[in-house]
Design a protein around this ligand. Sequence first.
Ligand code: AMP
Length: 276
Amino acid sequence: MKIIRSVKEMIEFEAQGEIAFVPTMGALHEGHLSLIRAAKKENDLVVVSIFVNPVQFSPGEDFSEYPRDEDCDTELLLKEDIDVLFMPQMKEMYPENSLVKVSLPSLTDCLCGTKRPKHFDGVALVLVKLFNIINPTKVYFGQKDYQQAMIVKKLIDDLNFQIGFKMLPTIRESNGLAMSSRNVYLTDDEQKQAGALYAMFSEARDLVRNGERNAIKLKEAMKSFLSKYEKLKLDYIDVRRADLKEVDVLEQGRYVLAASVYLGETRLIDNILVHV
Ligand code: AMP
């Protein structure tokens, strides 16, 4: 595994084959590894990036506390036998004279974008940069961050990137809690309580299977389920079409049930897809 820290060196990397790319912010867990393993299976070369992207954090968010463990991540990636670990320096990614912004208005003004207004523009900007630097043939993203995955798909389409896109399922703890680098912020008791989020989605999925088609009623049922867990404080709950458009009545198609909750100071997000 080659470790590259310079943007210039990454651009000049002479790939002996097609590159699959898995962007991450590090503090790697089984969710990340599932993407890396799929990328490894399906492609000649795998590049993984670790970069905690400052422009996707708002003031007051956890940029400085975000978990970082370069040694542990490097060791994990060595075991996965990837080809390149790209860890760019902040100054090189965002020189003082950086000017360009990327925005995708209607995809970013709902769900997580409502509470984190600049977040997805920051995600989009860093991904455009990384795609240009790494020049991948295919990119891998997790359903865990469903809105982000939809934004990446749109970036690729609208900006004519010649890149294949793959979204893979969310990897969960045994109690249903979606794995996340931020789970280290949770106490043992909070980790247990956090399983309620997935239980809530599972109940909603059963309601859909049993014929519920009214989005408002589904949202109410999910809120009512969550209200039994006093440590979980609701941020948002939504039911949308899989393309993130609003919906009142679920007709034939794919839908995403998405939520964000606070457990103490920690904000968790999760979602499931349902088919009608
Ligand atoms: P992050 O390091 O949080 O920016 O995540 C990097 C990539 O890993 C993104 O595509 C995430 O959606 C994906 N990811 C994070 N958690 C999970 C999980 N539990 N299951 C599957 N993919 C995940």
